[in-house]
Design a protein around this ligand. Sequence first.
Ligand code: GAR
Length: 215
Amino acid sequence: MSRKRVAVLISGRGSNMAALIEAAKDKSFPAEIVLVLSNRPDAGGLDTAKANALATEIVDHTKYGKDRAAFESALQAALVKHRIEIVCLAGFMRLLTADFVNQWPERMINIHPALLPAFKGLDTHQRALDAGAKVHGATVHFVVPEMDAGPIIAQAAVAVRPDDTEQTLAARVLAVEHRLYPLALKLVAEGRVRVVDGHSLIDGAPVADSVALSE
Ligand code: GAR
């Protein structure tokens, strides 16, 4: 089976992107990263992508003002140009409209630094601490028009320690993100994930041990 052509969309340092690039260096990995796209020209991850000899594209949202449709048309054009089959959002900090998202049904995935449906949105680690959560973590899910709400593919749990700060907790969550995202992309690229009634089935079953990681 041919490897799926993947674009990773970033806005910043791109450590999850780097984890996907590393995983895809294995020729038996079912996906290859063929494009790294950033909405910010200064995203640190672009340097990592170039160091790995990957194609990069910049679609700078500030050049489009309030015209989201034009911004998303440019995104779509870049994805089509590179014949992308699966899109991975990896710290891509722009909200996407339903018109764009609906062009990638079950082909666009996102990593979120919390155990969804808890702590959608930003500042997830501080909010988990403020809430007194004992378990926190990360989620990979299909992207749907509603923010951080699509069918969950895989999750990783991290125990919250009494002396955790936002920084220490973020660091441990990030470490599991780097294991979780390649695992989830592998499952999607192998065509083993189906969405039924808004829930992901892996190999036809509701949950598998392999998609519930812990530290
Ligand atoms: C990651 O923790 C990712 O889960 C989060 O941004 C960080 C990006 O780091 N994503 C979101 O908050 C999406 N709402 P990275 O650029 O080093 O991968």
